[in-house]
Write a protein that binds this ligand. Structure first.
Ligand code: F3S
Length: 290
């Protein structure tokens, strides 16, 4: 029997880079903070907590930390997670005695640079994405002029912008490509002078595509990820539509795998915040026991 692990399972490039940066910093002996939890995975966050990494919840907490930080002490560092932060937050850290370690994913950083440059040049910025998501809040904070965040076609239809103002449309990295195209088409119909930059990252799409491919051939499919992780749930939906024998597990303890007698392929994939260690554990367990 073959066990096939999806190459795109687990952390994407940007999240892996950010998590690695935190672990690297632990060895420096400095007091390490992350602005917001580095990743939406309780195990990783509590492992880091045990190693002394502290989470700064918001701007107020950051201000309080900077206020009480000894002026000449260079023994602390704040790590910005892959989602990025508004320019104001980054500047606050940089101007403080704490070291600023920017682990913003380069794909997100690219959006910051685009909106900063285009809004500086006088363009109206339209961000297609979820306004409550930290990545979008970060992007908003790099705009120097008027902006709108929207996520549905209805919102795009209802929006009326000053006709004389050129606009620049970007998207949240995890936004659905087809939906983005539809929204762009609405702006085109309205005849705005627009420039569109497709800033969607294909890590999520790749992961879903590969999950579909493997599960369509598998006798059983295991999807690993947090209960509350929406991208893991999406993977589970895709896999169960292709393979009736699909298991959604958070840890190895949840796995009660029952395979048909003639099983020849078990597939494994994992959501974006699932650590490698856990994926390997599940993979080894299936290889050894079946
Ligand atoms: Fe991950 Fe960066 Fe893409 S954080 S999903 S590689 S934008």
């Amino acid at each position: 029997m073959e066990v096939r692990l999806a190459k795109s399972a687990g952390f994407c490039f940007g999240v892996k880079r950010a998590v690695d940066k935190v672990y690297e910093q632990i060895d420096t002996g400095k007091t390490i903070y992350t602005y917001g939890p580095i990743i939406h995975n309780e195990e990783v966050v509590s492992d880091l907590e045990q190693k002394g990494v502290q989470v700064i919840a918001d701007k107020e907490a950051l201000q309080a930390l900077i206020r009480q930080w000894p002026e000449h002490s260079e023994d602390g560092a704040v790590i910005i997670r892959s989602h990025g932060v508004p320019k104001e937050i980054q500047q606050m850290i940089e101007e403080s005695p704490l070291e600023c370690i920017d682990a913003t994913c380069p794909f997100v950083k690219r959006i910051h640079k685009i909106v900063e440059k285009e809004s500086h040049a006088g363009k109206y910025i339209v961000i297609v994405g979820n306004p409550g998501h930290p990545e979008v809040e970060g992007i908003m904070g790099w705009c120097e002029g008027p902006l709108t965040v929207l996520e549905t076609e209805e919102e795009a239809k209802d929006l009326s912008l000053p006709a004389e103002m050129p606009i620049c449309i970007v998207s949240q990295t995890t936004f659905n490509y087809n939906k983005f195209q539809h929204i762009v088409a609405i702006f085109r119909e309205k005849g705005y002078n627009d420039s569109v930059v497709n800033t969607i990252c294909n890590a999520t799409e790749e992961r879903q595509k590969e999950a579909r491919e493997i599960s369509s051939k598998a006798d059983a499919m295991i999807v690993i990820g947090g209960k509350h992780s929406s991208n893991t749930r999406k993977l589970y939906e895709i896999c169960s539509s292709e393979c009736a024998n699909t298991y959604f597990i958070q840890t190895l303890e949840d796995l009660h795998l029952e395979l048909p007698k003639a099983a020849f392929l078990v597939g494994i994939t994992a959501g974006a915040s699932t650590p490698n260690k856990l994926i390997e554990e599940v993979q080894n367990y299936v290889r050894i026991n079946f």
